[in-house]
Design a binder for this molecule. Structure first.
Ligand SMILES: *Cc1c(COP(=O)(O)O)cnc(C)c1O
Length: 417
């Protein structure tokens, strides 16, 4: 039986780790070391040749470690384990989600290039695109959920810069209202503008649904990006990020990571490996709790509208239903809803929560609530906010692993307060 044919959740405790290399320890130790000793000068020379791309790795060659900015067991084993969920060839782990996103974009884009991105994207990503990339003379065009393939292609062509499109970066479902973007449609737009000399790279920020409930590589994406701070870390105690894709693309991303020096440290790698052991049970519980909470909100007299994939799967257009069936294996654990009223009513709800904490971030074991209009999305322009239904009355919930009936009791008393 092939060991690697087991399901990812069965492999998270052991995959890629050889106890014999660590005194038989069942768990991978924290390799808190900056550098690694070579057996001989010849061996050191060989490791560097491969690390710097001066020579190809041989078929069965076992390469050792060099220096913790390039590689470290806690990072490499973590990267191997993350690959299993997305069926990716390779992975690079970073010290934050933002460093994964910014490094990938900087590796595949150059001054004069054009970026297509979905709106709204994560606030940090939006700032990076519209401030930092602008400084590098990299232009960006945004599109929203619901725009058709033809409309988007037409808009790119109208700029006269279609030949310079080198990257498409999307987030789906969109934060905070769970609006849907079709990854396969983006892959077709990518093909439309790709040429032999200039293939367009399609990257998907899969933080909201991954690595369990959406697998972008299967739908034609080239890169999957994560804030591992969210579901992957899952305990709101670590900041980290990851980028996954083909060996060829990840070799480029790792190349830039080596020189920016924004890899995760060994302690972060160790924490994330520990988190991955419970990823599946945590996320299953979170999704099942979210479904119960959404059903409760759907029927609450103080709630006007609930934005939840499970609702779209039931009441959406035929197109949306087909997209959900194709792209997602769960309705996720993120819910947004409109309270009846405005900012005062929304704030009163937030201030009266007892068990659910008032904080941004998502995907952790504890449930969180926040107000996108004045918090996570404060920086998004008002036009985009109105199109996305990000208004004063909107609340965003990240559902954790508590007992669902306690979450419902807390939400009910805060709505009635
Ligand atoms: C949190 C988040 C990020 C940024 O990740 P950090 O780990 O905070 O750097 C990027 N994208 C999405 C969708 C996020 O939720």
């Amino acid at each position: 039986m092939d060991y690697s044919s087991f399901r990812p959740e069965s492999l998270m405790m052991s995959y890629g780790y050889k106890p014999a290399l660590s005194e038989g320890a069942i768990k991978c130790p924290i390799f808190q070391t900056s550098t690694f000793v070579f057996d001989s000068a010849e061996q050191g020379k060989r490791f560097f040749e491969v690390a710097y791309g001066l020579s190809e790795k041989e078929e069965d060659e076992e390469l050792g470690l060099i220096y913790s900015r390039l590689n470290n067991p806690d990072l490499e084993i973590l990267e191997n384990r993350l690959c299993l969920w997305d069926k990716a060839e390779d992975c690079a782990v970073f010290e934050s989600g933002m460093s994964a996103i910014s490094t990938a974009i900087m590796e595949f884009m150059a001054p004069g290039d054009l970026l297509l991105y979905s709106r709204p994207v994560y606030g940090g990503t939006d700032h990076f695109i519209n401030h930092f990339l602008k400084k590098l003379n990299i232009e960006a065009i945004g599109f929203m959920a619901g725009e058709s393939e033809e409309e988007i292609i037409e808009r790119i062509e109208a700029t006269g810069k279609g030949a310079h499109l080198t990257m498409i970066h999307i987030e789906t479902p969109a934060n905070p209202t769970n609006a849907l973007i079709d990854i396969e449609m983006c892959a077709r737009i990518k093909e439309h503008f790709s040429t032999e000399e200039k293939p367009v790279v399609l990257s998907v920020d899969n933080t909201y649904m991954g690595p369990l409930w959406q697998h972008p590589l299967k739908h034609g994406a080239d890169l999957v990006l994560y804030s591992a701070t969210k579901y992957i870390g899952g305990h709101s105690d670590v900041i980290a990020g990851a980028c996954l894709g083909s060996k060829e693309l990840i070799a480029r991303v790792k190349g830039l990571r080596t020189f920016l020096g924004n890899m995760a440290g060994p302690w972060t790698g160790w924490l994330l490996m520990r988190s991955l052991e419970t990823l599946k049970v945590r996320m299953d519980q979170q999704a099942s709790n979210a479904q119960k909470v959404a059903e409760f909100l759907n029927n609450h007299p103080k709630v006007e509208h609930v934005y939840y994939l499970g609702n779209t799967a039931k009441n959406g257009t035929e197109e949306e239903k087909a997209l959900i069936a194709r792209q997602y294996t769960s309705h996720g654990a993120m819910i947004a809803f409109d309270v009846i009223g405005g900012e005062a009513e929304a704030f009163s709800f937030l201030n009266n929560l007892k068990l659910i904490k008032l904080a941004v971030s998502l995907g952790g074991t504890e449930s969180l609530a926040e107000h996108p209009q004045t918090m996570t999305h404060a920086d998004v322009d008002q036009e985009a906010k109105s199109i996305m239904n990000i208004t004063e009355k909107l609340i965003r919930l990240s559902i954790g692993v508590e007992h669902y009936s306690d979450l419902i009791r807390d939400i009910d008393q805060a709505l009635n307060a």
